[in-house]
Structure formats: structure tokens, C-alpha cells
Design a protein around this ligand. Structure first.
Ligand code: KG4
Ligand code: ZN
Length: 345
């Protein structure tokens, strides 16, 4: 029988991680939380595109069909033997329940069959940990997490302890990109499409953006910008005016990026923390990266994951699992269940 204590103290820890929380079936093998030995992703984007967003039942069914081959391919690509793998990790939440269950059940099966400890990883913490891959980033630092389901500024105090300093009062940033893209008749997922269209436009339409006074609580809100865009398009149509979609995309992106940047910078100034990481699908946005890069000349250190580790992947789950193991966390037993929501911490 395995002994988790031995695993924690091993010089090298190799984790096989599984992620299936939304529309990507992913597996990765990660060494010491920082080195990706192999990583495979079967994406369902094309399937869900025709519905304009992810259809949960279809996602679960496709995870079931893809998971075995994705795991096998990841092991093959790693050139490792099962014996070389120290632990299994799996995203248990947050996400679509039916989709998560496919990964959780497969991971349980592997842990049982191979007699390896099983670690349950939060998808949110996984996104943050994507910043450890191939970088020297170490806590303490601030992390702007901006994905399709969450928007928050996190104070990552150490590998285990995370405090939320700001979160969204309504939509998540990625959700706003997706909804505005839909209004502009762009395909799902909207973020990359808005980014592409915005490159050809001017940010010349003024959009609402929250402002903070000293001492105010920090938060995000994206539903106002989304409603503004919907009204702007309807009003223009009613007046018979032509809408320059490129300008709408550029202006929305500018407003969303400014809000993400300003709230994070506010949190950085208040805490005095000068290392900032960004994470989650929206951290792939080039304008957002550009904006954070401007802080480098002001003495800040800025981190973002490689593009392939910004959106959903299993390498980030393997990275987070390493630090869970190192912290002495207990492995899960076979009663592990999927959770649609998990706490931000
Ligand atoms: O982290 P992620 O893959 O899944 C969740 O955990 O939600 O994030 C997906 C979100 C989608 O809303 C997508 O539109 C957005 O990230 N996204 C982007 C970009 N690439 C993906 N948003 C803005 N710019 C991008 N380049
Ligand atoms: Zn995600």
C-alpha cells in the first residue's frame, strides 16, 4: 500500500493529472510542479460552437468518449512507466458537474488500479498554479484570476494560503467577452474572436468602468459594460446607423482590460506587493498582457502562463497537486465527489 509520507519527501514527485471541468478533456504528467513531461488536450470547442456555448450533457458525453485515449496518449508521450508515477490528481470543482464526474471517476479508477494516492485539485487554484510552469514564481504574490467562471484578485500568501481581495459582483470577465461576442454574432468562445476583431478597430466608444476611492472595497463588475454594448447596438440599429463592429470590440476590450488592470493595480498598491501573476482564459488576452507589462518599468515583476496553459489544461492541475502533496495534504479516498462550486481560497 502506498505511503503518502514517502511521496511528500521524495526528491522528485511525478503527478498524472486529469482535467474535465468544462469542454476540454485533458491529461498531463508534471514533475515537481514546474516541468511538464507530457500534456494532451481533446477540445470540444467545435462541437459546442454550433450551439453558441457549452451544452453540459454533450460535454459529459464527449469527455466519456475521449478520456481513455487522452490519458493513454499522455502516458505514451511521456515515455514513463506506470511505476514512475507517484500520484494521480484530478479537478474535483468548480465546473459542470457531469463533466467533472467523468474525470473524477476515471482518476479514482486509475488510483485504485495502480495503487497510487489520489489528490483532489481546485480548478481555480490550478489556473493560478499554471504560473509555476517553467517560471521561478514563488509566493507571496498577487494573482488576477480571470476566466469564464471567475474573476478575482487573490493574495497568494504561500503555496497553501490564498486570500481573495476582490471578486466580481456579477459576470466573470470571460463570460462578458463571450456574451458581447454573441451580440456581435461572433462564434464561441468569444474572447479570442473579440481580440482578433479589436485589432482592426479603434477604442473610440466610451464604456462604463467602476472607479474606487481610497478605502473602498475592491470589486469587479462586467454586466454594465455588457448591457451598454447591447443597448448601443440596438440604439444604432433603430437609428439606422451602421455599427463598426471592430470599434465596438476594441472599445469593449479596452474597458474590460482597464477594469481588470486598475482593480489589480489598486490591490497591489494597497498591499505593497510588487509581484503580479495573471491566470485563467482571459490571461491569454494580448492587450491585457501589454497593459500589465507597462508595470515592469515601475518595479513590478509580471508573470503570465504560456498561452497553452492559460485556458483549461491538466498541466496546471499537476502543478497545483505538487504543492498540495508538499503541504502534507491527505489524499482523497474513493468517496471523492465532484463540486459545481468551490471556495475561491
Ligand atoms: O479558463 P478558461 O479556459 O475556462 C474557465 O475556467 O472558465 O476560460 C475561458 C474563458 C472564455 O470566456 C474565453 O472567451 C476567455 O477565457 N478567453 C479570452 C481569450 N482567450 C480565452 N478572453 C479574452 N481574450 C482572449 N484571448
Ligand atoms: Zn478554467
Amino acid at each position: 500500500m502506498y505511503n503518502p509520507q514517502n511521496i511528500k519527501d521524495k526528491k522528485d514527485i511525478i503527478v498524472l493529472a486529469i482535467e474535465s471541468s468544462c469542454d476540454e478533456t485533458a491529461c498531463a504528467i508534471v514533475k515537481n510542479g514546474r516541468e511538464v513531461i507530457s500534456s494532451c488536450i481533446a477540445t470540444q470547442i467545435e462541437i459546442h460552437r454550433r450551439y453558441g456555448g457549452v451544452v453540459p450533457e454533450i460535454a459529459s458525453r464527449n469527455h466519456t468518449m475521449a478520456i481513455e485515449s487522452v490519458v493513454n496518449e499522455t502516458i505514451e508521450k511521456s515515455n514513463l512507466k506506470i511505476d514512475d508515477i507517484d500520484a494521480i490528481a484530478v479537478t474535483y470543482g468548480a465546473g459542470l458537474l457531469g463533466a467533472l464526474l467523468v474525470g473524477v471517476n476515471f482518476a479514482k479508477g486509475l488510483a485504485l488500479a495502480w495503487n497510487k494516492p489520489l489528490y483532489a485539485v481546485s480548478h481555480i487554484r490550478g489556473h493560478v498554479a499554471a504560473n509555476y510552469i517553467n517560471t521561478g514564481l514563488e509566493p507571496p504574490y498577487l494573482c488576477l484570476l480571470a476566466s469564464g467562471g471567475h474573476t478575482a484578485v487573490l493574495n497568494v500568501k504561500n503555496y497553501s494560503e490564498v486570500e481573495s481581495l476582490a471578486s466580481s459582483k456579477d459576470d466573470a470577465a470571460g463570460e462578458a467577452f463571450d456574451k458581447v461576442a454573441r451580440v456581435l454574432s461572433l462564434p464561441y468562445p468569444g474572447g479570442p474572436e473579440i481580440q482578433k476583431l479589436a485589432q482592426k478597430g479603434q477604442a473610440n466608444i466610451s464604456m462604463p468602468c467602476p472607479t474606487f476611492k481610497d478605502g473602498d472595497d475592491l470589486w469587479f463588475s462586467f454586466s454594465g459594460i455588457k448591457t451598454f454594448v447591447i443597448n448601443y447596438i440596438h440604439n444604432s440599429e433603430q437609428k439606422g446607423e451602421t455599427i463598426v463592429k471592430e470599434d465596438v470590440a476594441a472599445s469593449f476590450q479596452e474597458a474590460a482590460v482597464s477594469q481588470l488592470f486598475n482593480t489589480t493595480l489598486n490591490a497591489a498598491k494597497r498591499t505593497g506587493i510588487k509581484e503580479i501573476a495573471i491566470a485563467g482564459g482571459v490571461s491569454a488576452n494580448l492587450k491585457l498582457r501589454e497593459r500589465f507589462d507597462t508595470l515592469k518599468e515601475k518595479g513590478y515583476k509580471i508573470y503570465y502562463p504560456e498561452l497553452k496553459y492559460c485556458t483549461d489544461n491538466a498541466a496546471m492541475i499537476g502543478a497545483e497537486a505538487y504543492y498540495l502533496i508538499k503541504s502534507g495534504a491527505e489524499p482523497s479516498d474513493l468517496s471523492l465527489d465532484a463540486k459545481a462550486t468551490v471556495a475561491l481560497k
